[in-house]
Design a protein around this ligand. Structure first.
Ligand SMILES: Nc1ncnc2c1ncn2[C@@H]1O[C@H](COP(=O)(O)OP(=O)(O)OP(=O)(O)O)[C@@H](O)[C@H]1O
Ligand SMILES: [Mg+2]
Length: 208
């Protein structure tokens, strides 16, 4: 990979999209080239898969199906957009990536690390993030800050116990991959969190 890959992770409402938008603004005003995308989604096909995964009419979906759909959406995004951008030397930023699958499907759903690893082999072999920013904010506070769950989103409706397991999953991942996953305290003010991210990314030589 000639380019660099930055991913954002953390529980629902921890501030990923807020911080991705601020990073976008920073990179634009400082004249740095990048592409930004989100998961699941980011391509026409991946957005269709997203609608299937998150649709609350799909409550019969089994955990294995969910994990494989995420992986399928990810393959499409990688081959269609992310890998070509990285090959041409671009900076790529993704709002959620395979760590979400490990936190949600492997840990919280209980599918286990091996199942999710196998499903995500293409991503693990071809596009490992240069850094993963884990916005550390516990789910109970995140839900309060967000003003409750989005009632149209199947995963947001899964209940606080589920989201606590997701949080435990992220903590386990941060311990397992300390070189790649950087923990940022996301309970701070939006601008403080933004400044910590910019400082970190500059230190790592990923942005100017
Ligand atoms: N540091 C912060 N302090 C206070 N409020 C914040 C902070 N960061 C984000 N918020 C607010 O919390 C809400 C959720 O933020 P955001 O949508 O960025 O989270 P997210 O991690 O992208 O959530 P999701 O996982 O659901 O996509 C928004 O209303 C946002 O304005
Ligand atoms: Mg978001």
């Amino acid at each position: 990979m000639k380019g660099k890959l930055i991913t954002f992770e953390g529980c629902e409402g921890c501030g990923k999209s807020t911080q991705v938008a601020l990073l976008k603004e920073y990179l634009t005003t400082t004249g740095q080239d990048f592409i930004i995308t989100r998961e699941p989604g980011g391509t026409e096909i991946s957005e269709k898969i997203r609608a299937v995964i998150l649709g609350k009419e799909n409550s019969a979906m089994v955990d294995e199906c969910e994990a494989l759909l995420y992986a399928a959406s990810r393959c499409q995004l990688l081959k269609e957009r992310v890998l070509p951008a990285l090959d041409s030397g671009k900076l790529v930023i993704i709002d959620r990536y395979y760590d979400s699958s490990f936190a949600y499907q492997a840990y919280a759903r209980g599918l286990g690390y091996d199942f999710v690893s196998a499903a995500n082999k293409f991503a693990l072999d071809n596009a490992v993030p240069d850094i993963t920013i884990f916005l550390d904010f516990d789910p109970e506070h995140a839900f309060i800050r967000k003003g409750g769950a989005d009632k149209t989103d199947r995963l947001e409706l899964a209940g606080i116990e589920f989201h606590k397991r997701v949080y435990d999953g992220y903590n386990a991942l941060a311990q397992k991959f300390p070189q790649r996953i950087a923990r940022i305290d996301a309970s701070k003010q939006i601008n403080e969190v933004h400044n910590s991210i910019i400082t970190l990314l500059k230190e790592k030589g990923l942005i100017k």
